[in-house]
Design a protein around this ligand. Structure first.
Ligand code: 1CP
Length: 341
C-alpha cells in the first residue's frame, strides 16, 4: 500500500520531506472526548486494547480529529510481560498493577519468550484493521517498551517514583537480571517483527525509565538490549525514545536506528552536537507548554521549531501529552508546526 502522506518516513530516513511531520506521544488514549466515549462503552483499558475493532477506531481518531501525520497503534507497553506469562491489571486512576512479580530464578522459570503473532494476536489484528481503514492516509507507528523499562514493571509490580526494587535487583542479582532482560528482548523482537509484518511502517521503543539508572548501569542493563533490537529490525525505520537519558546521548548515536527522541530537558543544539547529523531527532516541546493560551502555544512551538531548523526533525512533545490538556491547544501545536517555514 502506497502512503499518501509519507512525511514521517521521509523525515526518519533523512530524505528532506516537504515540511516537518508532527504527531504526539500518547495522542490516542488521553485527551479526546471521542476517545473517552469509546472507553466508557467497555469495562476498561484492557478490554478496549483487546478488542481490535475498537483499538483501531481510537488509533485513527487523532488522524481525523487532530490532523497528525502518523497514527500510533492503541495498545500498551505492558502487553509484553503478559505475553511472557506475567499478567497485569489496570487499576482505575492508579495505573498498571501486577498480581505476581519476578524476584527469583524460580519466578523466571515460569516465564517464556513470547511469540509475536500467537501471544499478541489481538494487537496484530488491530494493526491489520487500522491499516485497512487508514488506506494509506498516514503511516502507522508500532511500538514496544525498551527491555529495561519492561523489566522495571515486572520486578516492581507497578509504577513507582524510584523503582528501587528493580534497581536493587541489578546490583544484587546481575545474572538473573541479564537473563530476564534477554527474555524480554527476544520477546520484543518477535513482537515488533509481527507488528511490521501486519503493516507497521515505523517502530518506536519507549525507554520511559531510562533516567533513573546511573550512566554505568544504563550502559550495562539497557543500551545493549536496545541495540540488539535495533540490529534485529531492518525493514522499517526505528525510533528510540529514552526519557531522562541525557547522559547516554553520545552512546545512542551509535545505535542502528534512524531517529532519537529527545525529552524536553535535553537542549536541542547540544543534543545535535552529541548525536551528530546522521540521525533524525524527534521532539521535544515541554508538554506543559500546551497549558498556555493560543498565542503562548504558538510562540513555544515556533521557538522549538526554530531551534531544529535545517536539520532532520520530527516534531513531537518531549513526553506524552497530559490527560487534561485542551485538544484545541493540541490542534494549535499541530497547525503551528505545519505552517512553520
Ligand atoms: O499514544 C497512545 O496513546 C497509544 C497508546 C499507548 C502508549 C503508546 C498507551 C495506552 N500506553 C502507551 C505507552 C506506555 N504505557 C508507556 C511509554 C510511554 C510513556 O512514557 O508515557 C508507559 C510507561 C506505559 C505504562 C502505563 N500504562 C502507565 C504509566 C504508569 C506509571 O508507571 O507511571 C499507565 C497509567 C498506563 C495505562 C494506559 N496506557 C494507555 C492508556 C490509554 C492507559 C490508561 C488506562 C485507562 O484508560 O484506564
Amino acid at each position: 500500500m502506497q502512503l499518501k502522506n509519507d512525511l514521517l518516513i521521509k523525515a526518519a530516513k533523512g530524505e528532506n520531506p516537504e515540511r516537518t511531520p508532527v504527531w504526539l506521544m500518547r495522542q490516542a488514549g488521553r485527551i479526546l472526548p471521542e476517545y473517552r466515549a469509546v472507553r466508557e462503552s467497555v469495562s476498561g483499558f484492557i478490554e478496549l486494547a483487546q478488542t481490535p475493532e475498537l483499538a483501531a477506531e481510537v488509533t485513527i481518531q487523532p488522524v481525523d480529529l487532530l490532523g497528525v501525520d502518523a497514527a500510533i497503534i492503541f495498545s500498551d507497553i505492558l502487553v509484553i510481560p503478559e505475553a511472557m506469562g506475567l499478567p497485569y491489571e489496570m487499576v482505575e486512576k492508579r495505573g498498571p498493577w501486577f498480581p505476581s512479580t519476578v524476584n527469583s530464578a524460580s519466578d523466571l522459570k515460569k516465564l517464556r519468550v513470547a511469540d509475536g503473532v500467537d501471544d499478541l494476536s489481538y494487537v496484530i489484528e488491530a494493526i491489520k484493521i487500522t491499516k485497512k481503514a487508514l488506506n494509506g492516509r498516514v503511516p502507522l507507528i508500532g511500538f514496544a517498551g525498551a527491555p529495561w523499562t519492561i523489566f522495571a514493571y515486572m520486578v516492581e509490580g507497578s509504577g513507582s517514583k524510584t523503582f528501587s526494587k528493580a534497581r536493587a535487583m541489578l546490583y544484587t542479582e546481575p545474572e538473573l537480571s541479564h537473563k530476564l532482560l534477554q527474555m524480554i528482548t527476544d520477546s520484543t523482537i518477535n513482537y515488533l517483527k509481527a507488528q511490521i509484518d501486519a503493516g507497521a511502517n515505523l517502530v518506536q521503543i519507549f525507554d520511559s525509565w531510562a533516567g533513573i539508572l546511573s550512566p554505568e548501569q544504563y550502559g550495562i542493563f539497557s543500551l545493549p538490549y536496545i541495540s540488539q533490537i535495533c540490529d534485529a529490525i531492518t525493514s522499517v525505520p526505528k525510533t528510540v525514545f529514552a526519557k531522562g537519558a541525557f547522559f547516554a546521548r553520545e552512546e545512542m548515536s551509535k545505535l542502528k536506528c534512524e531517529t532519537i527522541g529527545l525529552d524536553w530537558n535535553m537542549g536541542i543544539a547540544e543534543s545535535r552536537k552529541m548525536i551528530g547529523s546522521d540521525k533524525t531527532l524527534q521532539g521535544n516541546l515541554d508538554p506543559a507548554a500546551l497549558y498556555g493560551n493560543e498565542k503562548q502555544v504558538e510562540k513555544a512551538t515556533n521557538d522549538m521549531m526554530e531551534q531544529f531548523r535545517g536539520s532532520r526533525h520530527i516534531a513531537n512533545l518531549g513526553h506524552g501529552v497530559y490527560p487534561d490538556i485542551n485538544p484545541e491547544m493540541v490542534k494549535i501545536f499541530i497547525e503551528t508546526v505545519k505552517k512553520f517555514k
